[in-house]
Design a protein around this ligand. Structure first.
Ligand code: 13P
Length: 243
């Protein structure tokens, strides 16, 4: 079963979310073998839920605190009560623009667990780090935020190299496969791990990226905004090479 997640970031107003959810079912009619997740902005979590459970919803972030006087924050418990099954933790835009560091991300994973949410933990190096030969070191450091997490709890790790996000330059299947192999080695004690790739995924490149055996699905930004192109990615993610 593959896993494909739409990260809408700070896109889509209420009518746009409604329109997507009205058109999307037709686009995915008859599709099986893929778990589909939509991650809209917080105000639209309820609107994005599917009463027929053809997809689930995720928060794009959660607070490192369980509750309290933290104006503007949204807790993992609130996400769960709004119907979320997943939450993105450590997206590179959170790390980069909001200063989220490994220690705080470890707390967010803990909050997600307490709320019964599955974390979609995002890791990835910058171009500068890749060019300096630091990719493995960066991934290891980012994954250290999971050191205190329960080994048997379900976990999704998304490899999203920063240089591939929103640039139109996706990682090659070899580059993604190499990084995901590193991630799997680092997390080899985990019993329920799914590994997905993100960064300029399109209907076109999804077809060959999915051939890489470590890529079990996608985390999609730009190409997830349109129901038709996102549905094509969902469909192509089910076409795996024979083992
Ligand atoms: P793009 O697909 O727009 O490159 O975004 C990737 C991403 O950041 C998904 O979380």
């Amino acid at each position: 079963m593959s896993l494909v997640v739409a990260n809408w970031k700070m896109h889509k107003t209420a009518p746009e979310v409604e329109e997507f959810c009205r058109r999307f079912p037709e686009e995915i009619a008859g599709l099986s073998g893929v778990d589909i997740v939509l991650a809209p902005a917080f105000p639209f979590l309820s609107a994005a839920r599917d009463p027929e459970a053809r997809w689930s919803v995720a928060g794009q972030n959660c607070s490192a605190e369980p509750s309290g006087a933290f104006t503007g924050e949204v807790s993992a418990g609130m996400l769960a009560s709004a119907g979320c099954a997943y939450v993105l933790v450590g997206h590179s835009e959170r790390r980069r623009y909001f200063g989220e560091e490994d220690v705080v991300l470890g707390f967010k994973v803990e909050r997600a667990r307490q709320a019964g949410l599955v974390p979609i933990f995002c890791v990835g190096e910058t171009l500068h780090e890749r060019d300096a030969g630091l990719t493995d070191e960066v991934l290891d450091r980012q994954l250290s935020a999971l050191d205190e997490d329960l080994l048997e709890a379900p976990l999704v790790v998304a490899y999203e190299p920063v240089w591939a996000i929103g640039t139109g330059h996706n990682a090659t299947p070899e580059q993604a496969g190499e990084a995901l192999a590193r991630i799997c080695r680092r997390l080899s004690k985990r019993s329920d791990l799914r590994t997905i790739y993100g960064g300029s995924v399109t209907p076109e490149n999804a077809e060959f990226l999915i051939e890489q055996r470590r890529i079990e699905g996608f985390l999609v930004g730009g190409s997830s905004l349109d129901p038709q192109s996102f549905a094509v990615i969902c469909r192509r993610s089910t076409r795996r090479a024979p083992a």
